[in-house]
Every structure is written in structure tokens, then in C-alpha cells.
Design a binder for this molecule. Sequence first.
Ligand SMILES: [Zn+2]
Length: 296
Amino acid sequence: MQNRMFVSLGLPLIAAVAAIAQPPAAAPFMVHQLKPNIYWVEGGGGNSGVIVGDKGVIIVDAKTTPAGGKELLDNVAKITPKPVTTVILTHSDGDHVNGLASFPAGITIIAHENNKKEQETALAAGGRGAPPADHLPTQVIAKNKTSLKIDGVKIELYHWAPAHTSGDLVVYLPSEKIVFTGDIVAAQLPDPLIHLEKHGSSEGWITTAKGVVGLNADQYVPGHGNVQTKTDVQTRLTNAEAKRAKIKDLVAQGKSLEEIRTAVGDAPPAAGRGGRGPGFPTFTEVVYRELTNKSA
Ligand SMILES: [Zn+2]
């Protein structure tokens, strides 16, 4: 998920100024311990993971802004004096990546190859949502499963299919039975969040969620919101599969997007959208677009 302020940059100046003048209240940083050497940090954008290895620290996702990245590092320094050596990125959205600007030079940055491509595209486009040019991924992942041992910690990286974006990576710690899902799970949203503009896919999301549920884990740190159980993720998967199947039926019957929204019980789209841009398409809209190739 990206900061909606970025979305408003395409709007008339007055709306953009209004959005910048009233940024969403930044959530305070909070550090939560999961195991003696494993933490997650909320606030300042997407959730981050902190894994303390033998000699250094591995971070999962880096917050939204340089200030957020620095605040994350300040929190890590309260946990351990060991240096941050490695960052693993779950996907390319700015609220998980752009805080890297405050990270030390020369660290290892691991990401899926499509994540790196998406960051390069965003960098070429420029603007305030662009990732830091001097902290692009240094190690790209192309396989569906990659087993690593970093600083004494066993880590498995999974990419089953394009889901939230084309470059998602799920981070699994088999010894600790912990998964960092990235925005495959955004716990505050009832439905999956798919970025079609980054070639995400609702079908790929279902494949990915099945993979995530299949891991031998009992704590799932989502990209946003609180830690989930396997049952929570399974419920999310079951609901999304049922909703997608229903939308598919309704599309086959020739129903319009509005009729489908009503039939599946979605809230009507917000009327006054204000200066913060239209937000993200809903799951219903994404599935409708995928099945019809229509934009609305
Ligand atoms: Zn995201």
C-alpha cells in the first residue's frame, strides 16, 4: 500500500496543496517482540521486520520516508548494537521501500527481480514517490523458492505468482515459524489489495495465499495491521475465493460493475473524494477489470 498523498500529485494543484497541507496523521512507531531475536515495527508506513543475526541485523521493509527509515534504525539501535547489514523487500511500494534512503551505504538489499524493475520504472518517472536511486536492490530473486542462511538465520523467500504486485516476496523463518507476508495481507482491509498497474493479479493472490497458509507457521506479520494467525489468513483466503467466484459468475451473466458491487455487498464508492485522490480500486473492481478488460 502506498501513501495516498502520492496519488494526489496528478490532481490540480489546489487539491495537491490541500493534501500536502493536511497529511494523514503518522502512526507512532511501536516495536513488538515475537521471539528473542525477532521483532516487528509498526508505524511510519508498512510494517517492518527486525531479525537479529549473529553479527548483524536483517530488516524486512524500510518505511515510507527518509525520516521514517531513520526512526526505524533508531528503534533497531535500542534493540541491539549490531549493524544493519541486509534488507529484504516484500514488494516495491514506497511505504515499504523509500525509507531506505536513510540506511547505510553498501548494505545488501534483496528483492524479487520484478520489484527491482518496478523501482527502476518509478525512478525513471521521478516525483516524490520515487525510490532512492542509491539504494536499489543489490541481489534479485527470480525463483519461486529461495533458501538462504544470512548471519546464522535460516530464511526462505517465496514468490508463487504475481499477487499484490508482480514482484512480491514472502519471507519465512522456518525455525521460528514466522512469516512476513508484505501486503499479501493488509489486515485492516477486508479484501485483498491488488495493484493492477504493477501487474498484480487476483488469481495470483489466491495462489499466493494458499502458499502462505501452507507454510508451517503460526505468526503472520502482515504488511499493515496486527499479527495474524494461520486461521486468520485461511479465512481471508476462503472469503476472497468465494467473492472472486461470485464476481466471475456475475460477469458471465453480463452484469455491470455497479450491479456486481451491490450483489457482493460492497459499500458504495465514497462520494466526496476530497483532495487525496481516488485511492485504490477495490477487489471487486480489480476482478471485474481482469475478467472484462474494462476500466469501469
Ligand atoms: Zn503495498
